[in-house]
Design a protein around this ligand. Structure first.
Ligand SMILES: Nc1ncnc2c1ncn2[C@@H]1O[C@H](COP(=O)(O)OP(=O)(O)OP(=O)(O)O)[C@@H](O)[C@H]1O
Length: 254
């Protein structure tokens, strides 16, 4: 029996008169890597931001690890935030802090951790994200795009989260860097028993990482299933996406 660590029901989000989601339902099950795909502007990032409480919800409910988003007291909300990590598309690092200091930011909010413990834990997470120790003292501006993403991942892992939210983790990476990042996501999921909500356009990432895919279209989740199941979905966008030339290049099938 699947345990949903994220459960979205009847979600409606909108900015002014622009409705992004309407009646959207989605589950992220414990231990799975769920790929969230959809055309540009279908609301993948807004969905991620709504789940972690950064974008307002007009209707519907979002439960994360049994807690209803939008109803929690300050301390409960902060306690819940410590159980997830978010890696935004550009890494969202503080430009005036070193990589280690960036990763220390969430650790500093934990009562009882000494400076030395924060430092040690930050260095551990930076190593887990696949960065060399030399990167600890680098400023974000000194890093390549791929290294910045790994630094953002290290920060997302800082508090030993149960859920990892990744917004287009391989966007802008060269194919070798992207496939290394894909492998890292799977390795970390397996080692840390993470549940992963992964927004992506990258078909290679879907194939390499994802147990299930959710397709966003028409303001809701149009379909969910395995990559194999996506091949049989009778919808023009889904068909083009999973059977188009780029999909054939990934699978090697005509
Ligand atoms: N803060 C905001 N204010 C107004 N409109 C917004 C805001 N954030 C997002 N939107 C709009 O919501 C829609 C969905 O945006 P979102 O970034 O979630 O799309 P996406 O599916 O992630 O797109 P892409 O694949 O291009 O990154 C877009 O039309 C966008 O312009």
């Amino acid at each position: 029996m699947n345990e949903a660590v994220v459960q979205v029901r009847g979600l409606r989000t909108q900015f002014g008169s622009h409705v992004v989601h309407d009646g959207l339902d989605l589950d992220l099950n414990r231990g799975e890597i769920l790929g969230v795909v959809g055309g540009s502007g279908t609301g993948k990032s807004v969905l991620l931001r709504a789940i972690v409480g950064l974008d307002a919800v007009r209707a519907g409910t979002i439960d994360v690890l049994g807690n209803r988003i939008g109803t929690l007291s300050g301390p409960d909300r902060r306690a819940l935030e410590q159980r997830w990590g978010v890696m935004f598309q550009d890494g969202a690092l503080f430009s005036s802090l070193t990589v280690r200091e960036n990763v220390e930011v969430p650790l500093r909010a934990v009562p009882g951790l000494t400076n030395a413990q924060c430092r040690g834990l930050a260095e551990l997470k930076i190593g887990m994200a696949g960065l060399p120790w030399k990167a600890n003292d680098d400023m974000p501006a000194d890093l390549s795009g791929g290294m910045r993403k790994r630094a953002g991942l290290a920060r997302a892992l800082a508090l030993d989260p149960e859920i990892l939210f990744l917004d287009e983790p391989t966007a802008g990476l060269d194919p070798i860097g992207a496939s290394a990042f894909d492998r890292l996501i799977v390795t970390l999921r397996n080692a840390l028993n993470l549940s992963v909500f992964l927004v992506t356009h990258d078909l290679d990432t879907l194939h390499a990482c994802c147990d299930r895919v959710a397709v966003l279209a028409e303001r809701r989740v149009l379909t969910t299933g395995t990559m194999a199941q996506m091949l049989d979905v009778d919808d023009p966008w889904v068909h083009e996406y999973f059977h188009g030339p780029r999909a054939r290049a990934v699978t090697g099938k005509d």
